[in-house]
Design a protein around this ligand. Structure first.
Ligand SMILES: O=C(O)CCC(=O)C(=O)O
Length: 344
């Protein structure tokens, strides 16, 4: 009973609980780590048999070795700017004609604290146009967002590090910097195997240093895990909170001598990061500056087998470049309503 209740609560928070919920999970289980995270991972041998490695605009072996050591990679000019402009024009349409869209946003403003997730149609345009807004899972609604999420340059790399088919799990569109405290994503975005998680930060414009850029600690993917009092996942049973998590991570990274880097990438560049890379959003020092970005979270086909909002049903899949994304079972009439991406 407790398990069913916890599962329902976790689904409501847009997460899945891992299979074993009986005793607190305090670290990633060594046996289920992605192969690249295991000691002795032989990247050169892997590449020889990895067919999608052909015709990439980057050196896959070099990037995989960098990932293993640092927990992230940057892919320069990985996505065509025409695709990014199309995505942004659709976001502008969402804001401009918001009354027409039941699509969800998350609003991290005190006045929305009781109901932070709302349909765009019920949120005033000025609020949607401002900071502290995340457009949720726009890849459900937009063909171009799906094509960007599952772009060959991204999913070929992630397929290699997982050693498995990639599944697009979740996405967020930001107009402004998030100013989110330091965190590791596995605590909040949970698949059945929590180490089978990665993310992409896709720059929809050049990032200005005063716009609240993403920051990250290279090498932090191997630091000891934080315990929220009930294990490594943050949920309503946790006795410690995101602020404690941030303080722990900042200190442990400082103590380990890890450098804090600022992500100043250009439109079309992509940062990919490991489930456990410590990162966050810097302070916005100039409130007139936007920081448009598309953030996607991914898992493997072994670890994400059902849509989080329908955890027992067989998902309806869309496949692009050998990777899958599941049709949103709660809003089938809103799937791919933005169709222009079909022609790009
Ligand atoms: O873009 C940002 O500022 C934060 C994004 C992030 O941390 C996340 O989605 O995990």
């Amino acid at each position: 009973m407790t398990t069913i209740l916890s599962k329902l609560k976790a689904i409501a928070k847009h997460t899945l609980m891992p299979d074993k919920v009986s005793k607190p999970v305090t670290s990633f289980e060594p046996g289920t780590l992605p192969w690249i995270d295991k000691s002795g991972a032989d990247i050169d041998s892997f590449i020889k048999n990895y067919e999608p490695a052909q015709s990439l605009p980057y050196d896959l072996a070099e990037k995989m070795k960098f990932w293993k050591q640092n927990g992230y990679v940057i892919l320069d000019q990985a996505i065509a700017t025409t695709w990014l402009d199309q995505l942004w024009s659709e976001v502008e349409e969402l804001i401009e004609n918001h009354e027409e869209y039941p699509i969800n946003v998350r609003i991290d403003l005190p006045e929305y604290a009781a109901h932070p997730v709302m349909a765009i149609k019920d949120v005033p345009k000025e609020v949607l146009n401002g900071p502290y807004i995340k457009f949720l899972d726009f890849h459900d609604n937009s063909v171009i967002a799906k094509k960007i999420m599952l772009h060959k340059n991204i999913v070929t790399f992630l397929g290699a590090v997982f050693g498995d088919k990639v599944i697009g799990m979740q996405s967020l569109v930001f107009k402004y910097g998030s100013q989110q405290a330091t965190h590791q994503d596995f605590a909040y975005v949970v698949s059945e195997i929590p180490s089978h998680l990665a993310a992409a930060w896709i720059a929809l414009e050049d990032v200005h240093i005063d716009s609240g850029p993403l920051f990250y600690y290279p090498g932090s993917h191997t630091v000891n895990k934080f315990n929220f009092g009930n294990g490594i996942f943050y949920n309503d049973k946790s006795t410690l909170h995101p602020g404690d998590f941030a303080n722990y991570l900042d200190k442990v990274c400082l103590d380990a001598g890890l450098e804090k880097k600022t992500l100043l990438i250009k439109k079309g560049d992509v940062l990919l990061w490991h489930a456990a890379l410590a990162h966050g959003g810097d302070e916005i020092r100039n409130s007139t500056l936007t920081r448009k970005s598309f953030v996607c979270h991914y898992s493997s086909s072994k670890a994400y087998r059902h849509h989080r909002q329908s955890p027992t049903a067989e998902p309806v899949r869309r496949t692009i470049n050998g990777a899958d994304v599941f049709v949103n079972p709660t809003m089938p009439d809103q799937e791919d309503v933005f169709t222009v991406g079909k022609t790009l």
